[in-house]
Design a binder for this molecule. Sequence first.
Ligand code: DC
Length: 225
Amino acid sequence: MNHLQIAIDGPGGAGKSTIAKALAAKLGIIYVDTGALYRAVGLYVRGKNVEPHDAAAVTALLPEISLELRYENGVQQVYLNGEATGDRIRTPEMSMYASAVSAIPAVRAFLLDTQRNIAKTNGVVMDGRDIGTVILPQANVKIFLTASDECRAKRRWLELRAKGIETTLEEVLADMRLRDHNDSTRVVAPAIAAPDAVTVDSSELSIEECVARIEAIIAEKTGSR
Ligand code: DC
């Protein structure tokens, strides 16, 4: 049986995780946050005091890394060598580490099967940067979710503040622009919309409106309802 595959790609702060989570719950399928896998690789690399842009050094560490996605009370948890990563992968520093290691081809190849395997055995709403282009090119529905820079930075800043991470809006905006630039201009699997993706701009939409818009797209594409 073929499971439903919904790909949601786009830059950070566009609302991918919030929207994808809500959609997965409504559709009764699982939500896969693929950025967490790159973050977990970043966490390991940092723990080894390796420079995350050093492709050879990072690649040499990969055989030491074992990652597992588990669902605990419906919430995704990434296990790094048997240990839950929790909020340690959610810091601004880990955002930068994840972005740096994600440009390394061997890292992307290393994470490919983990992502594809979960979609083989479950219906998924998968969020990331290259889900529609590389990971699940046959996805039933592909959404490219975006929003203005200012709007995305504000959302990310509020999220960080809620977690007790002190930073300024200007810092978040600057980090975000740098990361977007790295992610969308890298040679392997750049963060761009698949040709058959539908672009949704969430700047002026509430969460509910955005979910409703995407639900309508899913219904239209899958012929349901
Ligand atoms: O979605 P996020 O902010 O947790 O992702 C962290 C970094 O990982 C992001 O800067 C780019 C990278 N990433 C990627 O290259 N491909 C994905 N499918 C998901 C994330």
